[in-house]
Design a binder for this molecule. Structure first.
Ligand SMILES: Nc1ncnc2c1ncn2[C@@H]1O[C@H](COP(=O)(O)OP(=O)(O)OP(=O)(O)O)[C@@H](O)[C@H]1O
Ligand SMILES: [Mg+2]
Length: 273
């Protein structure tokens, strides 16, 4: 049976509000910080010691690609300025942070991610794997977590709270944007804006539907042989209303999407920090 997401959804909505708005200032008490170096967005999340969201900032970025730091100096500069913004929001200094890695990246690339966090003047407390971060927020111990990001889709199966399978496939929101740009013979920048405009969803979705169907077949292939009762979709590229319905139909496994799917993994990094 699918986990009851009522409480995680409430937490995620609260975190979404905190990313947009101001935080309690000055904050008193212990804080946990998580840095998510994504392909499309960098997110720094802050929770209290119990894991309740306290503040967050998000910045579009292209300094990291699929877990690989491609612009080291730019990544440090971005994380530093996000740290400063958060310190201003909270009126306190942030000294420690955790970060996360997508499934299957090499030790060298893992080290580079940690180095960015340290070079941005954080003491690195932990390097968490992204599916574990997402599962913490969702409060699940069983099921598959599919993180549809910018460049890649991370697929993991969790059993008894342990990650028993991970795969990272080269498909994601960027792929949708490219298909949309090709269809309209326009630039990727324009296609990206069109894709994210909720008012255009009814005309955008039929164009990118084959990409979502292909993603579903990729996920079905990756989890084959594993007993999965529920698929949880997270990540920015699953924001479309019909997304989980297509997964459910194609894969034949109930598929649920939490509120603010873009924020699930980033929040989970802070919770595990
Ligand atoms: N409202 C939206 N509707 C559709 N797509 C969206 C929306 N918001 C973000 N996206 C897409 O989500 C993707 C980014 O998702 P996310 O932030 O989860 O990825 P990331 O963590 O930066 O990348 P990765 O996990 O691949 O390294 C981008 O392709 C972006 O276009
Ligand atoms: Mg991501």
């Amino acid at each position: 049976m699918a986990a009851d997401l009522t409480i995680p959804n409430k937490t995620l909505r609260e975190f979404a509000r905190l990313v947009e708005e101001e935080a309690v200032n000055p904050w008193e008490g212990e804080l946990k910080v998580g840095v998510d170096l994504g392909t499309a967005n960098i997110l720094v999340s802050v929770t209290d010691s119990a894991g309740c969201p306290v503040a967050g900032v998000s910045t579009p970025s292209c300094v990291v690609r699929d877990g690989i730091v491609v612009d080291y100096v730019g990544a440090i500069r971005t994380v530093r300025s996000m740290k400063a913004r958060l310190e201003e929001k909270l009126g306190v200094r942030l000294t420690k942070a955790a970060c996360a890695i997508p499934p299957g990246i090499s030790p060298g690339n893992t080290k580079a991610i940690g180095n960015v966090v340290e070079a941005a003047d954080f003491e690195l407390t932990a390097i968490i794997d992204e599916p574990t971060a997402a599962a913490t927020v969702l409060g699940i111990k069983e099921g598959a977590v599919v993180d549809v990001g910018g460049g890649t889709t991370g697929i993991s199966v969790i059993r008894n709270g342990e990650v028993v399978l991970t795969a990272d496939e080269p498909t994601g929101g960027t792929h949708m944007t490219l298909v949309l740009a090709g269809f309209h013979r326009t630039t990727t920048e324009e296609a990206e804006c069109l894709k994210r405009d909720p008012a255009q969803e009814s005309s955008v979705f039929p164009v990118i539907r084959p990409v979502v169907e292909k993603m579903a077949s990729i996920v079905a292939g990756a989890i084959r042989g594993h007993q999965v009762e529920t698929i949880y979709v997270v990540g920015g590229a699953c924001c479309f209303k019909e997304f989980e319905g297509i997964f459910e139909k194609r894969i034949g496994i109930p598929t649920v999407k939490p509120a603010a799917p873009l924020l699930v993994t980033p929040l989970g990094i802070a919770m595990n920090a």
